[in-house]
Design a protein around this ligand. Structure first.
Ligand SMILES: CC(C)(COP(=O)(O)OP(=O)(O)OC[C@H]1O[C@@H](n2cnc3c(N)ncnc32)[C@H](O)[C@@H]1OP(=O)(O)O)[C@@H](O)C(=O)NCCC(=O)NCCS
Length: 163
């Protein structure tokens, strides 16, 4: 099946909210997802989607601050997992980051091994833990620690040459 990756557009947010609700343990509400539309327009938030047959099957939402980017949510429809879409959508996001972005951060549940493997495959490394960061959910009925992960990017801006 042919996949198409592209930048997240505000018009995608309804489909993204449905996917978020279907795949995340503690999803953003529909209102929270829709509320980022104006911040996509200003460039503060950005993201990427991957489509199959015109349907959004995977997404990533991130926020930029100065030279940093924080990945806030990543998900792939259950039926489409394990086909490389998570990797594709993250690679698309990384390719869209502003030139001054030097570090990309994210947090992931210590129990989420598929996501951990995906991030490691893309060059993220664990830089710390945040104890009890995640509130209990139906699936994980206790507070859970977060792994803090980051990836350094090569600075794309031209460097000054010294004589
Ligand atoms: C995590 C998630 C986004 C991965 O998406 P995906 O499309 O299934 O992942 P991909 O097929 O692109 O896999 C990329 C790499 O991740 C790893 N991976 C993905 N799923 C895996 C699994 N079930 N077990 C082990 N490794 C896995 C592999 O290293 C894989 O690379 P490989 O195929 O070359 O071995 C997806 O499982 C998901 O939506 N999960 C629910 C929501 C979630 O947990 N989001 C992340 C919150 S931080």
């Amino acid at each position: 099946m042919s996949d198409r990756t592209r930048a997240l557009h505000p018009d995608d947010l309804l489909q993204v909210a449905e996917l978020e609700n279907a795949v995340q343990l503690d999803p953003w509400t529909r209102a929270q997802v829709l509320a980022i539309a104006p911040m996509i327009q200003t460039g503060e938030y950005l993201g990427a989607v991957v489509e199959q047959m015109g349907q959004v099957q995977g997404y990533v939402i991130a926020r930029t601050m100065l030279d940093e980017c924080e990945i806030l949510s990543v998900g792939v429809a259950h039926a489409a997992q394990g086909q490389g879409l998570g990797k594709q959508v993250l690679q698309q996001l990384l390719s869209q980051l502003p030139a001054q972005t030097s570090t990309v951060h994210l947090e992931v549940r210590v129990s989420n091994l598929p996501a951990l493997k995906l991030y490691q495959a893309l060059g993220f490394i664990e830089v710390g833990r945040r104890k009890g960061y995640y509130a209990p959910t139906n699936a994980v009925p206790h507070r859970e620690d977060a792994r803090l992960m980051c990836k350094q990017r090569r600075n794309n801006q031209p460097t000054e040459t010294t004589p």
